[in-house]
Design a protein around this ligand. Sequence first.
Ligand SMILES: Cc1cc2nc3c(=O)[nH]c(=O)nc-3n(C[C@H](O)[C@H](O)[C@H](O)COP(=O)(O)OP(=O)(O)OC[C@H]3O[C@@H](n4cnc5c(N)ncnc54)[C@H](O)[C@@H]3O)c2cc1C
Length: 448
Amino acid sequence: MSRGRRTAVVGGGMAGCAAAKELIKNGREVVIFEAGAGLGGRARSWHRPEIEPDVGVNLWFTSFYKIMFERIKEYGLEDQLVEMSNNVIVVDKGRPAELLSDSFRSLLTFEHVSLRDRLGFLYSTIKETFKRKQLDIFDPLKLAPFDDGTTAAQYARKSMSQRGFDNLLRPEIESFWLWRCEDISAAHVRAMQAQVAGAKFYVFRNGMEIIAENNAKGADIRLETEVTDLQIDSTGKVQITARSADGTHTTETFDDVVVATQAPTAAKLAASLPAGIVGQDTRDFLETQEYEPALSVSYLVDFSSMPSEAHIVAAGAEDPSVKTIITFPRQVRDENGRPVDKHLAFVYPGRAATRRLLELSTEEQFAETSRLVTDLWPDFPKDAEPFEIAVRPWAMPVPAPGRYRKSARVIRLQRPPVVFAGDYFTSPISEAAMLSGIRAAKVLTNAS
Ligand SMILES: Cc1cc2nc3c(=O)[nH]c(=O)nc-3n(C[C@H](O)[C@H](O)[C@H](O)COP(=O)(O)OP(=O)(O)OC[C@H]3O[C@@H](n4cnc5c(N)ncnc54)[C@H](O)[C@@H]3O)c2cc1C
């Protein structure tokens, strides 16, 4: 135990709050600096009282998220769990076909690709499932040996035709993560393939931030407080300068710090530190992480007008105007106060369309998305009610080929008093972010 030591956590997302919990458990006094208005970072959704449950995007997690289920048990959150269907509807040139990601039967009857491709995919899934322990999607230290420079697209083509890949594996990966299989490591896809068979899918009824909030209990939480500078003083302590909501800057001294922001911010904060504190390999790693942006445009639609709990995704290698539509059931009250079933439909434009739409006003984003959405789902209701837009310029860190190996090296280089955490070490998955936070915190607690 290291009582009396003060640690700052910069960033109150899933990684930062998991780090805070680990630090508090080890007797640290913890201050969380969070630029946003609440904890949870990218796992935090918007909330609107007109809908029940009142939450926007419900982040998914599966039965193989180990830390998540430990926390659910610890905090008694079992009644918050909602099991979801993992129904993926792949649309190829206007033709939809259903594909349940965890069902061999659904795979074998999936009509968009040849039987040979279905069997090829089944065979490679079974093969990877046997390596499940090593092909750990959350842990770059385990995944690094599989990151041999091959892209996901190259890997997929070993077991199936181009058409099989474009209609089967590509949509399963790209609809959830938005980047292109040509740009990411085969290790990411192999790990997903190894883990997903037999998995159950869940959401939290009122949003995933409940885990971050529980993890942060016991910390001094400073919301709407953006860290603008890190320095090391002459005694080796960390000086943190932060700007609060009213614009005032204050500087405080800590024994050490977990920087749990997205990589570009971490790189900026690391830039003012001496090379003896953050080495060149770590700086290079932070500076070179790339992200796919995301824009989720949501609409309220009549319940019967869309399939329920569905991921509707575009097949094919091209970047479509709309990549994915996800539907969640919600209730609204009619004029007599009676609950009415609806769907909240989240529309994710394609890569080029997202970049273009990010430049527009909210009204223009709704108008343009309403125009594009029928490219993917011609029956998207014309009377859909524009509801809410979430903009994430740094949404999905890209696990480029070789990235897991680099992150494993950087993780091993982490030293007090400044350590880093975040999903950019692994993949955009909340469980991976938590593991990264716990690991970074342990570097500090083990050293004292
Ligand atoms: C659209 C979308 C859908 C997703 N769906 C899923 C899903 O279904 N299931 C799943 O498991 N994962 C999903 N993810 C991934 C998951 O949200 C992330 O992997 C995870 O939340 C990342 O956590 P993090 O703590 O590493 O980073 P972040 O959540 O980005 O946290 C970083 C925090 O640092 C704060 N910050 C930044 N700069 C400063 C500063 N200077 N000072 C103080 N604070 C600062 C930010 O405000 C933020 O709160 C999704 C992500 C997106 C974008």
